[in-house]
Design a protein around this ligand. Structure first.
Ligand code: NAD
Length: 364
């Protein structure tokens, strides 16, 4: 059930192309601030409800980042075989881009999401005929692909601001990062380059831990070569579930949803959690952490680097200008949210209030 409220969703479209058997969904949540921005998720199970929830998050994320975009999201329902088949994927993405003529880029602008990346964005714009209809495109199409690590760069800055806010000594803090994909590996890279100590990193196969710190450059190489962070030799191998309860100051969940929950929340020792992933903490666990005064930088504040990069691409900025914009916006908004946080108002509530106010104002 999709509950309609004062913000949206404005449009829910089901798209079917009988010629290529494309089954897709588009939800445009709110366009008060601009065209609905959000990625194309391609999975066998994507539903209207899921697409709506993600579109709503985009409404808040874009409003909080002060971008001239609203919230949207889309989904292509495709089997695992279709997802692995390049030709079939191309056919589906091209048909989807074509089906959205007149909608994208006017009121929806696509981007990568699960199982879609820069190549898929190429096919989408090829079908659509307008380069502005998607961001996260390959460089030769004027794109700033997600593969540059913009989200991880934002998570890095959000972490720095929160550490300053807590008054923690950067040379002392110990950091653990769950997930070593696009978000986790780039967050790790930028933090390590700044001289911060990352003591643990996990991926789907396990967790590697060394209380004296990991060599992130080496770890990135190993992950690239072997696909596993646990192939890194100078550390202890732990199960990946151990990462949430390690003795660290900062925990950056950057992989799955709901990983900090009622079962493990009491074992969390970090003073700061920066949400690189979307919804890594369940609402019940978040309440407990707030009570314990563990500072949480919410997902739509910390991981907005990707959508800020999308905006930069849309405006035709180069990589350098895009990264500067991510730094400015993420730092400003993390600070704003943390300053608005009180004993009674959690960072998530503070962030949501700021975003809602901006959307309401634009709606008039
Ligand atoms: P990705 O596919 O590049 O990486 C995911 C990583 O998670 C992989 O390293 C995988 O091994 C790891 N993983 C899987 N199961 C795990 C487990 N049980 N324990 C530890 N690690 C595990 O994905 P991504 O793009 O980095 O996205 C990660 C999260 O960040 C998602 O929640 C996504 O929605 C969110 N996010 C991504 C972006 C972006 O620009 N990529 C932007 C905003 C939010």
């Amino acid at each position: 059930m999709i509950e309609k409220d004062e913000f949206g969703p404005e449009k829910i479209l089901e798209i079917y192309d009988p010629k290529v058997k494309l089954n897709a969904i588009l939800v445009i949540d709110n366009t008060a601030l601009g065209p609905g921005k959000g990625g194309i998720r391609m999975t066998p199970t994507v539903t209207k409800e899921e697409v709506f929830r993600l579109a709503r998050v985009m409404t808040w994320k874009c409003a909080l980042a002060e971008l001239p975009f609203g919230g949207g999201k889309s989904g292509i329902i495709a089997s695992n075989e279709e997802i692995k088949d390049r030709d079939r994927k191309r056919e589906l993405l091209t048909a989807f881009g074509k089906a959205l003529k007149g909608i994208a880029p006017e009121i929806y602008i696509a981007a990568p999401d699960i199982n879609t990346g820069e190549e898929e964005m190429r096919w989408f714009v090829e079908g659509n005929g307008n380069l502005k209809s998607a961001t996260g495109k390959p460089k030769d199409l004027g794109g700033l692909p997600h593969e540059l690590g913009s989200t991880g760069y934002g998570v890095f800055h959000s972490t720095l601001v929160a550490l300053e806010f807590l008054g923690l000594d950067l040379s002392e803090v110990k950091i653990a990062i769950e997930g070593f994909g696009n978000v986790g590996s780039f967050a790790a890279k930028f933090l390590a380059e700044k001289g911060l100590k990352i003591v643990a990193v996990s991926d789907s196969k396990g967790c590697i831990y060394n209380e004296n710190g990991l060599d992130i450059e080496k770890l990135i190489e190993i992950k690239k070569e072997t696909g596993k962070v646990t192939e890194y030799k100078d550390g202890k191998i732990l199960p990946n579930s151990a990462i949430y309860s390690l003795d660290v100051d900062v925990l950056i969940p950057a992989a799955l949803a709901d990983v900090i929950n009622l079962e493990n929340v009491n074992e969390v020792k970090a003073k700061l959690i920066v949400e690189g992933a979307n919804i890594p903490i369940t609402p019940e666990a978040e309440k407990i952490l707030n009570k314990r005064k563990v500072l949480i930088v919410p997902d739509f504040v910390a991981n907005a680097g990707g959508v800020i990069s999308s905006y930069a691409e849309y405006m035709g900025f180069d990589e350098k200008k895009a990264f500067k914009l991510i730094e400015e916006k993420i730092r400003k908004n993390t600070k704003l949210v943390l300053e608005k946080t009180t004993e009674k108002i959690s960072p998530r509530e503070a962030a949501l209030e700021i975003a809602k106010e901006r959307v309401r104002k634009a709606m008039g």
